[in-house]
Design a protein around this ligand. Structure first.
Ligand code: ZN
Length: 899
């Protein structure tokens, strides 16, 4: 699954396991009793034959299912998962008998149905047949409907499914846990004019009267229930052949051409993965199905053979898609396609190991992007992932990569920065430790050994050791079973015979428990790399201190290449020497040094002046990718200086002074053939300079807006969200009304949703309130409204949270069930107000089970740690700004002028 990121703002070697019959794939007739489960281990399914008849207009469906199963021990009852399903009839046949249950007990909390029989069922093979009715939801859980305007501008409805983590049970009564792998046949009765899509290509379709047809899909390979997929609607499909496979993109009718970019990416990536994983893609086709709308929980989902992706993340629409959006199409496909092996062919046995799916797919997405598009700066984004993970991992309420999941809600919450970004960062470190060839061989072994089965984290380490990655397991175990971040403190360095001798002391980095972690840090085996101008020195720490001899006597850099998952605290002299060298460092090290130093200063491990010297040392003509992030860092400081207008004006002047000329060079209009990183830097600079009310940017914005009011094409599509974002932020009532009017008139679902969400960006409080009120009306559409509220929370977090709390039951209807607890965490993300802490805590106590409050606790810990440091950060930053006037070239990085 691909997590929701900032919407509209800116992822043939050994075996040939192509058979798709259950027996050939080693169908189990036992269960692994060591796994956590919410079901009694009395039976195991091997095959489901499902027929579904949706009633899209009534938001309900009829279903029948025949489940082949093996009863493992004598029992009077069978318990399987079911949620929001009414069972009309059930029958168990086998062992020469046939019986109906004497009772059906639905447990809504446990999401189970227990069928009790009048006499004992002996161990053996049976078929359980169930007829039932279910609900079509309006958010992305189970079978759900997305409404949109079709090509002719008329209202239309299409149906899709979303089952991860635990929502297949809303579609079919089933053993809905990842280790109950089975095969699936699907038959769908849909309107004759519709297209139906599932994991396998349809093999037959016949008219059955009343304007309906019956579409049959052949048996899937053995797979987990959460990977089953079904969609139907007024759809079209474009496709091409790649070797033995067919790849396709399915869209609502009329959008096929916008899918070309995604189709080409899919065709490019598939052979690369066939080779990398060593086991060819095992299904006959791979579709990616685009759905209008959005979710607060996910952007795309890796259903086997039929990936689902929201349109904003898959379609390249010249009217609205930005360059970062286009890159996002490639990386989203790379992520979901990696899951076709890592997750679908080999599946984690239980949600404790969810990171195996998500950390790996995130890492593979980045690796694949770097491979095919080395000019996009994915290596710098890899550092961005590390920082995103560490922001959460530095808090007391973090959790280990491998964690204990015992409830459905905990499974939903596991889709977080630790599973994705820390998982990605740790794998990146381990690949670098093992070497990329050995690591790839280990992956091939792991896939071949566990294909069509379930695995645990330790299976991956065993495959890597077997491939030759000696010593990897102990490092991997330390980083995946313990929470938190190692802190490497660098002692004074000495030049001895042409090498740098230095002592490294290992501790633990924390944003909110510095004293406790200093007194009793966790310990890791950390693979350290260091350079001092010569060859890179390597060591694995084992204990509190490590002596290192690094070839060369230049400035000492720990973690060159930024593969390590740890923070590095230098002496002030070492830091100053590195800052002086920053302009000559590689982009990935430039950003790595700046981000690492800033995190240490914000948490109080060193004064702000040391990190500000790194930030100021970034040359204005440097890597576009790094400058994009450096501008973001300055802007974060700008927000932290809220209430100190002189300091804010100083920061704004520095950013405009240093990087305004870069924007002038780039120009306000995209140029044919320009580097993609330049196109993205242009949007960053327009957005940030617009926020600082730079006259040149505001004048161009006003000119474009005036033209756009009469001609929607007056702003280039790739810059539309950027320019309108600047305008919406500074909007007065007339401007807000004009954007609103255009949102109402727009039929393209991605552009329409984007315009509605812009209405939430207004800094003006009265307009922000109007946006909140609008979100509760039917006008924006069921999956757009939550995005408006999120947009309001950017500038007015307290207002948005108070509004949600006073309309909680209405707002909950606008969010996927699986995304609700994290929605509140997201609304709090831009707040540093300690007064919000009791509000959040009261919300959690009143609305979330004690086991499910982690996202709120994380929001609280983050606000608390920020507020503890706030006064020091502000005074140190203000002092540094005064001591390093911008006119003297502080932001331009004049060498030798650091605090
Ligand atoms: Zn994923």
């Amino acid at each position: 699954m691909r997590r929701v990121t900032a919407l509209f703002a800116s992822a043939t070697i050994a075996l040939f396991l192509t058979s798709t019959t259950a027996t050939a794939q080693g169908q189990r007739d036992t269960v692994d009793t060591s796994l956590p489960t919410q079901l009694p281990r009395e039976a195991v399914p091997s095959h489901y034959a499902i027929t579904v008849t949706p009633h899209a207009d009534k938001l309900s469906f009829d279903g029948t299912v025949g489940i082949d199963l093996k009863v493992l021990r004598t029992t009077n009852s069978l318990t399987l998962n079911a949620a929001d399903i009414a069972i009309r009839s059930a029958r168990l046949t086998g062992a020469g008998t046939q019986m109906a249950p004497s009772g059906v007990k639905i447990d809504e909390d446990a999401q189970t149905a227990k069928l009790t029989f009048g006499r004992p069922i002996a161990p053996g093979d049976y078929k359980l047949s169930v007829a039932y009715t279910g609900k079509i939801n309006t958010q992305a859980n189970g079978l759900f409907a997305l409404d949109y305007k079709n090509k002719e501008g008329k209202g239309a409805r299409a149906l899709f499914t979303q089952f991860e983590a635990a929502d297949a049970r809303r579609f079919v009564p089933s053993w809905d846990e990842p280790d109950y792998k089975a095969t699936f046949d699907l038959t769908a009765r849909v309107p004759s004019a519709w297209m139906a899509v599932s994991n396998m290509p349809a093999t037959g379709s016949e008219e059955i009267g009343n304007g309906l047809k019956e579409v049959r899909f052949p048996t899937t390979p053995t797979m987990s229930s959460y990977l089953l997929f079904f969609a139907a609607g007024d759809l079209e499909r474009i496709s091409k052949r790649v070797g033995q496979h067919e790849v396709g993109i399915v869209t609502t009718r009329g959008n096929g051409e916008k899918a070309r970019y995604a189709l080409d990416a899919e065709a490019q990536i598939l052979p690369y993965y066939d080779e990398y994983f060593g086991t060819p893609y095992p299904l006959p086709k791979l579709d990616n199905v685009a759905g209008p709308g959005q979710s607060q929980f996910f952007g795309a989902m890796e259903n086997w053979g039929a990936i689902f992706t929201f349109e904003y993340a898959l379609l390249n629409d010249p009217a609205i898609t930005s360059e970062s959006g286009r890159q996002g199409i490639f990386s989203t496909e790379a992520h979901e396609m990696a899951h076709q092996w890592f997750g679908d062919l080999v599946t984690m046995a239980w949600w404790d190991d969810l990171w195996l799916n998500e950390g790996f797919a995130s890492w593979m997405e980045n690796k694949t992007t770097q491979h095919f598009h080395p000019d996009w700066g994915a290596d710098v984004d890899r550092v961005g992932s590390r920082e995103g993970a560490m922001n959460l991992d530095a808090l007391n309420s973090t959790h280990p990569v491998v964690q204990q999941v015992r409830t459905v809600e905990q499974a939903n919450q596991a889709f977080d920065a630790i599973s994705y970004q820390k998982g990605e960062s740790v794998i990146s470190m381990l690949e670098n430790f093992a070497s990329s060839d050995v690591w790839r061989d280990g992956i091939r072994r792991y896939i071949a050994t566990h294909a069509y089965q379930n695995s645990r984290t330790t299976d991956l380490w065993a495959a890597q050791e077997a491939a030759g990655a000696k010593g990897l397991s102990i490092i991997a175990t330390d980083f995946t079973t313990q929470p938190g971040i190692p802190l490497i403190t660098v002692g004074p360095a000495q030049c001895v015979g042409g090498s740098t001798a230095v002592t490294l002391t290992q501790g633990q980095f924390s944003a909110d428990r510095q004293q406790q972690t200093a007194a009793s840090p966790l310990a890791w085996h950390v693979p350290i790399e260091a350079s001092a101008g010569g060859a890179v020195a390597k060591a694995v720490t084992n204990g509190r201190t490590t002596q290192l001899s690094v070839p060369g006597c230049g400035p000492l850099m720990i973690n060159p290449g930024q593969h390590g998952y740890y923070r590095t605290l230098y002496t002030p002299q070492q830091a100053a020497a590195l800052a002086a060298q920053l302009p000559g460092a590689s982009p990935v090290d430039q950003y790595g040094l700046i981000a690492d130093s800033m995190a240490l200063a914000l948490a109080g491990y060193q004064p702000m002046q040391i990190s500000l010297a790194f930030l100021a040392a970034m040359p204005p003509n440097g890597s576009a990718k790094v400058i994009q992030r450096v501008v973001g860092r300055w802007d974060d400081l700008y927000d932290r200086m809220d209430g100190d207008p002189a300091a804010q004006a100083d920061i704004a002047a520095r950013v405009v002074g240093a990087y305004g000329p870069r924007l002038q060079q780039l120009g306000f209009v995209p140029r044919d053939g320009e580097p993609a990183v330049d196109a993205i830097l242009r949007t960053t600079l327009i957005g940030t300079l617009g926020k600082y009310r730079d006259p040149a940017v505001l004048a161009e914005g006003s000119r474009l807006f005036a033209a756009w009011k009469t001609n929607p094409d007056a702003i280039p599509g790739s810059l539309k969200s950027t320019w309108l974002g600047v305008i919406a932020r500074n909007a007065d009532a007339a401007t807000w009304d004009a954007i609103h009017e255009r949102a109402r008139a727009t039929t393209g679902s991605v552009e329409r949703a984007s315009l509605y969400q812009l209405l939430g960006r207004a800094k003006n409080e009265a307009l922000a309130r109007r946006a909140l009120d609008l979100a509760l009306t039917p006008e924006p559409g069921k999956t757009t409204s939550a995005g408006i509220i999120t947009a309001v929370a950017g500038a007015h977090p307290r207002m948005a949270i108070d509004f949600v709390l006073s309309h909680l039951s209405q707002v909950n209807q606008l969010i996927d069930i699986s995304g609700r607890s994290r929605f509140m965490q997201r609304l709090a993300a831009s707040s540093r107000d300690p007064q919000l802490i009791p509000v959040l805590e009261n919300y959690a106590q009143a609305n979330l089970a004690a086991s499910d409050r982690k996202p709120i606790q994380q929001a609280v810990d983050r606000i608390r740690s920020d507020s503890v440091q706030a006064q020091r950060i502000r005074s140190e930053t203000a002092a540094w700004l005064k001591a390093h006037p911008a006119a003297a070239g502080a932001a331009g990085g004049r060498k030798g002028e650091r605090g």
